[in-house]
Design a protein around this ligand. Structure first.
Ligand code: TYD
Length: 137
């Protein structure tokens, strides 16, 4: 459920010359990292996401700028604003997500538990509802 998807504070190694945030699978976050990707050059007003995953775990970080992540487990919704590189939103499997309100220059970094697999996507909301209702039985 969305109550398992929380913001995780990541380490920040700070000095006069700036900050470093290291992230290890199974240490700061509850899964092993198999893939990383980042979204950038999102035009103003554009939204992304609009899907769920069957098995994939993700950590979403605002590496630069800010945006909103709206999570929906079929029963409840919440919107999380991300704007700091040392905080990440953990998104467990079976959660519909919408990404919106990207600031200019925003970079949305994703750490993911699996390689890209189109068959892991639930791309329509009805397919998502069928999936979560099936897994509840
Ligand atoms: P998608 O995950 O739907 O984007 P978003 O949720 O940000 O709107 O991916 C968009 C396209 O990019 C889709 O055709 C698949 C491709 N893609 C890959 O080939 N590899 C990847 O790791 C990702 C995340 C996407």
């Amino acid at each position: 459920s969305i109550y398992n998807c929380n913001v995780i504070e990541l380490p920040k190694i700070h000095n006069r010359a700036g900050n470093i945030t290291p992230v290890h699978g199974m240490r700061e976050i509850p899964f092993s990292i198999k893939r990383t990707y980042y979204l950038y050059d999102v035009p103003g007003g554009e939204t992304r996401g609009g899907h769920a995953h069957k098995e994939l775990h993700q950590l979403i970080v605002a590496a630069s700028g800010s945006f909103d992540v709206t999570l929906d487990d079929g029963a409840n919704k919440k919107t999380v604003f991300l704007n700091r590189p040392n905080y990440g939103l953990y998104v467990c499997p079976g959660i519909w997500r919408d990404l919106s309100n990207f600031s200019s220059g925003a970079v949305l970094l994703v750490l993911a538990s699996m390689k890209y697999d189109e068959t892991d996507y639930l791309r329509s909301y009805q397919e998502f509802l069928n999936f979560i209702n099936g897994s509840r039985l």
